[in-house]
Design a protein around this ligand. Structure first.
Ligand SMILES: Cc1cc2nc3c(=O)[nH]c(=O)nc-3n(C[C@H](O)[C@H](O)[C@H](O)COP(=O)(O)OP(=O)(O)OC[C@H]3O[C@@H](n4cnc5c(N)ncnc54)[C@H](O)[C@@H]3O)c2cc1C
Length: 476
């Protein structure tokens, strides 16, 4: 079937006026769309990309933070704490893999060790009371493969790892199942308030109309803010590069190993992933280019050097993939959450390093602010809300190839079956690129990076979508 969503034009006076239009379909925008769809509202969410979750949300370290190291009293501290609780409760109900691995924060010199008690106090000030200071021997007992030089540590037993790809997918799927309109390939170029309607112009020339607009445009939330005539913050990307090690490395670690954070960054960590790998990163480089998501030689070399010190065994392990994500850092230390009732506008900007964790709380915040702006909100009856499930991608839970009845395995590195690939191209929001199939199924994400299965994945995608195989082969 052709990609019908690409050909929808919504630009005449007869077209619907959405109650709310969410700009940006990362983990934050999709969380907002999901929550709004549980109310009696006509809503839409759009993105410049062909898929949901294709911006910063696809390239993070996938930790569900307790918020122990946030700045007490900040918006971020409040929303991370709330978002953490919401996502832990939500994830199992829809099939998003999460694991409570816990974390140990490791001090590698006396100066870092001296800052541990204040971090412990900070955790308490953030409402997190389970952290525990431990000595070097206890750290080593917990993680025997750590390199020499550990001086002390702090355990944070409640940090989780989560599947970062299925989280926005579940939000989007649920929003669509409950009536939200999904508009991919819509790059917003103009916002114009006309009395009580905002006209949202996209690069393809269409004009969408909405009573309220939510800015969830991630790195470009400052640009959207400027389009509606507001100022106050500038997004400056902070690039984080990461290395994913082969599954054979997984035995080197049981929990996330965190460094002592600085005001600039949470620092380079080593963490297990729900997919069964180990990841090392991220770096933290302030850059000017909002599109510069490539990895760099210097970044990777620096990471490998740090990795050898933290977990020397990593040096012998194969690298499966490298990637980089851009944190939406601003000149301010906190999230840039605001509203303007006259403009019918809510801004969720500056969501730097914790947006995956805080996403569901940011959605609650957006709803509250929309109400403040004047949106009348009536919840749908609970039996009128459609529930959804995403395919489990986590190693700790049963996967379709283990259940059986899903056709042959197509991607042997990641054990992805035929039906998972077909479903990815059929169930809304449909995958329209190989990268979107990767994030829905794990196909081509393994050791061979698609060397063996890419052609077959494309053939199945062509079969499910009605697009040509060469069309799929040209997507990334
Ligand atoms: C290296 C790294 C590690 C991280 N680790 C963690 C972690 O462990 N835990 C955690 O909780 N958080 C983590 N984060 C943070 C988290 O990934 C982000 O806060 C979160 O993904 C932000 O989501 P978002 O929806 O705001 O932005 P995005 O995912 O970037 O989505 C914004 C969307 O808006 C769209 N858009 C922009 N402009 C326009 C426009 N004009 N028109 C239409 N669409 C537009 C973009 O295409 C994009 O899809 C990390 C981030 C990085 C970079």
């Amino acid at each position: 079937m052709p990609d019908r969503s690409d050909s929808i034009e919504v630009s005449s006076d007869h077209d619907p006026i959405f109650d709310v239009l969410v700009v940006g379909a990362g983990v934050v925008g999709t969380a907002v769309a999901r929550l709004l769809s549980r109310h009696q509202l006509n809503i839409a969410f759009l993105d410049a990309s062909p898929d949901i979750g294709a911006g910063t949300s696809k390239a993070n370290t996938a930790i569900l933070h307790t918020g122990f190291d946030a700045t007490p009293g900040s918006i971020e501290s409040r929303l991370v704490r709330r978002g953490y609780e919401l996502l832990i409760a939500y994830a199992p109900t829809v099939g998003i893999a999460i694991e409570r691995t816990g974390a140990v924060l490791v001090a590698w010199d006396d100066e870092q060790a001296a800052s541990l008690p204040s971090l412990h106090e900070k955790a308490g000030a953030n409402g997190y009371t389970h952290s525990l200071l431990i000595d070097a021997a206890a750290v080593r007992e917990m993680e025997p493969h750590l390199g020499p030089g550990v001086v002390g540590g702090m355990v944070v037993p409640d940090e989780f790892i989560i599947d970062p790809w299925s989280t926005p997918l579940a939000f989007a799927r649920e929003a669509i199942a409950n009536g939200a309109t999904w508009l991919p390939n819509r790059h917003v170029t103009k916002l114009e308030r006309q009395t009580d309607i905002t006209v949202v112009t996209t690069a393809r020339g269409e004009m969408l109309r909405a009573r309220y607009v939510v800015n969830a445009a991630g790195l470009h939330s400052d640009d959207l803010h400027a389009l509606i005539g507001l100022a106050g913050f500038t997004e400056r990307p902070r690039r984080g590069e990461l290395i994913v090690f082969d599954k054979l490395a997984r035995a080197l670690l049981t929990r996330t190993v965190l460094p002592v954070p600085t005001t600039h960054t949470k620092g380079v960590l080593v963490a297990p992933t729900v997919f069964g790998n180990i990841m090392l990163g991220p770096t933290a480089d302030d850059i000017d280019d909002k599109e510069a998501t490539g990895s760099t030689r210097a970044g990777l070399d620096g990471l490998l050097e740090k990795g050898r010190r933290i977990l020397p065994g990593l040096a012998d392990e194969d690298v499966t993939a490298v990637y980089a994500g851009l944190r939406a850092a601003t000149e301010h230390a906190d999230y840039q959450v605001s509203h303007d009732a006259a403009l019918g506008y809510v801004c969720l900007g500056g969501i730097r390093s914790t947006g995956l964790t805080a996403s569901m709380a940011l959605a609650e915040e957006a709803l509250t602010l929309l109400r403040v702006c004047g949106l009348a909100v009536v919840a749908k009856p609970i039996d009128g809300i459609q529930s959804i499930r995403v395919t489990n991608l986590g190693e700790a839970f049963e996967r379709p190839y283990q259940v059986g009845g899903n056709g042959p395995i197509v991607c042997h590195c990641e054990h992805v079956t035929r039906d998972e690939i077909l479903d990815a191209c059929i169930i809304e929001p449909r995958a329209t690129t190989i990268d979107s199939i990767r994030r829905r199924t794990r196909a081509v994400a393994g050791r061979c990076q698609g060397f063996y299965c890419n052609a077959e994945v494309c053939a199945l995608a062509a079969q499910a979508s009605g697009r040509s195989m060469s069309d799929w082969l040209g997507t990334t």
